[in-house]
Design a protein around this ligand. Structure first.
Ligand code: COI
Length: 354
């Protein structure tokens, strides 16, 4: 355990907690009383501080706005049945944040700001952690370029923030998706593996077209043939073929290395289920559906948790699923939920105490 760094705190004069209806928490709409802020300048991170959640003002020329040098993470905090607060796998998010930073030519963030800062912030606002199943405190670390200059180059100054948002489920019902063949999310050599803001901005048009057609999201495919499956908007994807679970591999750098993806794979393997991380072609999925071998499709993500897919369309072929007959996805969901509630052991130390 590292030494605890003392982060200066300015507390709110009056908490907004009582104004929040914890039975109605749309994803990412409400923010807790405090936030963490740290600045990078002169080649180093300056002292982080915790302060009331507030407006920040900038010159209109800050580089993040013009050239998209911005990355973020999604992490969750829970309270167990004894009321103790935990953060789920924050060290994995720290690792991925710094991988994103490296790809976007940004400085890496030290553990004492990212982890210790997050722990102290969540500790201060622990009353904001919803206690209901499928609810949690969503933690949003974000870093962006703050040089005030229009030259296209890596910024020398950055701001790092951690925001906290009490939230309910991201997708509350089983999803309808289709295979995306017109737009591309990522290609080898690009930034698909990084959690940079632009990946999400670039996905909006495809999502809007899907929504217009009555779908929730798209299933992204490779840039060249539009046949090799990547991920669903905001989630990794899993296919259950008989006794084997298949998910696209991380090898090409075109999908996000989801922390929930890794948790699902680990829990499934712990249960003795074979999980293959490999290339997967839509024709294989269609073939497995035709032969009755494809029994479940589901997505995983920090915000999305485990989300069932009830319909997948490819050209004019529609695969439909009775998600109430799914067994593996609900089993994994149950194991992860019970672990977070403290009803089940946490053999790998995924839950970090606040
Ligand atoms: C998350 O699952 O944390 C994500 O980043 C998805 C999000 C953009 C809502």
């Amino acid at each position: 355990m590292m030494e605890t760094m003392d982060i200066p705190v300015i507390r709110v004069k009056r908490s907004r907690l009582a104004e929040i209806d914890f039975d109605h928490l749309p994803f990412g709409k409400f923010f807790s009383d405090h936030m963490l802020e740290a600045d990078y300048a002169d080649g180093e991170w300056k002292l982080a501080s915790i302060k009331p959640y507030q407006v920040i003002s900038f010159e209109p020329s800050i580089m993040a706005l013009h050239y998209g040098q911005a990355i973020f993470e999604g992490v969750k905090a829970y309270r167990n049945k004894n009321g103790e607060a935990f953060i789920f796998r924050p060290f994995d998010n720290l690792r991925r944040f710094n991988i994103s930073a490296e790809r976007m030519e940004m400085p890496s963030i030290p553990e004492d700001i990212f982890i210790e800062g997050m722990r102290q912030l969540v500790g201060l606002d622990r009353e904001w952690i919803p206690a209901k199943e499928d609810y949690s405190l969503y933690i949003r670390p974000v870093m962006f370029a703050t040089d005030t200059s229009l030259g296209v180059k890596a910024s020398s100054n950055y701001k790092f923030l951690i925001l906290l948002s009490p939230t309910g489920p991201y997708y509350s019902a089983p999803m309808k998706i289709y295979v995306e063949e017109k737009y591309t999310r990522a290609s080898p050599g690009g930034v698909g593996f990084a959690k940079n803001a632009g990946n999400y901005g670039a996905s909006l048009k495809a999502t809007a077209e899907a929504k217009n057609q009555g779908y929730d999201q798209v299933l992204w495919t490779d840039a060249f043939e539009h046949k090799w499956l990547q991920e669903v908007g905001t989630m990794n994807v899993f296919f259950v073929f008989g006794n084997t679970v298949v998910t696209p591999s991380l090898d090409e750098g075109t999908i996000l290395a989801g922390v929930t993806r890794d948790s699902v794979i680990t829990v499934l393997r712990d249960q003795g289920i074979t999980v293959e991380e490999r290339r997967i072609n839509i024709e294989e999925v269609v073939g497995a559906n035709r032969s009755g071998k494809l029994t479940e499709i589901f997505g995983s993500g920090t915000a999305a948790t485990i989300s069932y897919i009830k319909e997948l369309k490819y050209h004019d072929y529609t695969m439909t699923f009775d998600t109430s007959s799914f067994s593996l996805a609900p089993a994994v969901k149950k194991i992860l939920t019970e672990m977070r509630e403290g009803k089940r052991p946490d053999p790998r130390g995924w839950l970090v105490k606040v």
